[in-house]
Design a protein around this ligand. Structure first.
Ligand SMILES: *Cc1c(COP(=O)(O)O)cnc(C)c1O
Length: 362
């Protein structure tokens, strides 16, 4: 393995499930920057804020990490047809990695999944099924593909390998901070494998002696229109009841019932963190604000996490002096676009430019 080590998250090859490096499908995933964010920090009232830029992964979200490892391993195990339900970014990542590995992929999405996510699946040559139901119904159809068509089911936490890919976020974070961990991590949570994977990564690093027993407080942010983990956290429950009528434009957070609910809740509680919900309006407003302060064009999930962090600082759950890592999980072009009043076009006429356009900017 070491001899054929590749870049990105495959630097951690010995800690990943792929045995023969010849099966690695690498599109550039992992090794994302950890950037100080002083302007965002001053808006949020934080002095030591850094952002983990997962939006720079291939296919524009951290889902690439999980799919890179899971697809590579599934192909090593002999799979030739991969299937997964997806409400958004997982489908695009699966399609891209399956195409790169040269195997078939079927993605099953709720019919109301964002058009951007649908197009990405089709562009990578995968089969897309739009189901008139919820993500959980898509999961049931995926299981049928597994049982009756012999497909390898990559549903969240129904196989062990996507989490293995996501744990590399924890490895990178520790390494980038000089083998220590921050005070707090804020993550937009849907199915929860981001949080759960990172937590597993920390445990492995401790077992290897790379870090000590200290852990960051882990904070999950969900949308008010779909907040099953927040509700369970607040009620002291270990399992989350399914959320009825889930509604949020942040597709990655529209997960009414997470298979790993207890894993997420255990992690939040053990770490001394919390789960918090943000209003839809705050998510949209925060996305605009993030753009204006130079953070870039972000996904609605990232905007939700930033809005949640603001609320956490305001409520005193995170203190201004603490070292905080905000996860930018996805790029703006992966979400429904914001609506702007589009600028009116101007005539292609130098006299008009002199008379009307230039005076306007002076
Ligand atoms: C899937 C997704 C999330 C939620 O992550 P989980 O690991 O499912 O909790 C957050 N942001 C983006 C951009 C996503 O695609």
């Amino acid at each position: 393995m070491a001899a054929r080590r590749s870049g990105g998250l495959w630097r951690w090859g010995e800690l990943l499930p792929v045995q023969d490096a010849g099966f690695i499908t690498y599109l550039g995933e992992g090794d994302t920057p950890l950037q100080p964010a002083p302007r965002l920090g001053s808006w949020l009232g934080l002095r030591r804020l850094e952002v983990k830029r997962e939006s720079l992964n291939p296919t524009g979200s951290f889902k690439a990490r999980g799919m890179a490892v899971a697809v590579s391993r599934a192909v090593e195990l002999g799979a030739t047809h991969l299937v997964a339900p997806s409400a958004g970014n997982a489908g695009g990542a699966l399609a891209a990695y399956a195409a790169a590995a040269g195997v078939r992929a079927t993605v099953i999405m709720p019919a109301d999944a964002p058009a951007q996510n649908q197009v990405e699946v089709l562009a990578a040559g995968a089969r897309l099924i739009l189901l008139e139901g919820l993500i959980s119904d898509c999961g049931r159809l995926a299981a049928l593909f597994r049982d009756e068509a012999g497909a390898f089911d990559l549903s969240t936490l129904k196989e062990p390998y996507r989490v293995e890919g996501k744990k590399t976020m924890g490895f990178e974070l520790a390494q980038q901070l000089g083998w220590r961990l921050p005070d707090a991590i804020v993550y937009p949570t849907g199915g929860g494998t981001g949080i759960v994977g990172m937590w597993k990564g920390f445990e492995e690093l401790e077992a290897l002696g790379a870090i000590g027993a200290e852990r960051p407080r882990m904070f999950s942010v969900q949308a008010e229109g779909c907040a099953p983990i927040v509700r369970a956290f607040e009620h002291g429950e270990r399992f989350a009841r399914p959320w009825e009528g889930a509604e949020t434009a942040a597709a990655g957070l529209r997960v009414p019932s997470a298979v790993g609910d207890f894993l997420i809740l255990d992690c939040l509680r053990q770490s001394g963190g919390a789960a918090i919900a943000v209003a839809e309006r705050d998510i949209l407003e925060t996305r605009s604000r993030l753009g204006g302060i130079g953070f870039g064009y972000t996904s609605l999930e990232t905007a939700a996490a930033a809005a949640g962090l603001k609320a956490l600082v305001e409520s005193g759950l995170i203190h201004e002096d603490e070292e905080v890592i905000l996860f930018d999980t996805g790029a703006g072009f992966k979400s429904e676009p914001p609506t702007f009043e589009s600028p009116r076009s101007i005539p292609n006429d130098p006299d008009y430019w002199e008379e009307k356009v230039i005076p306007d900017v002076l």
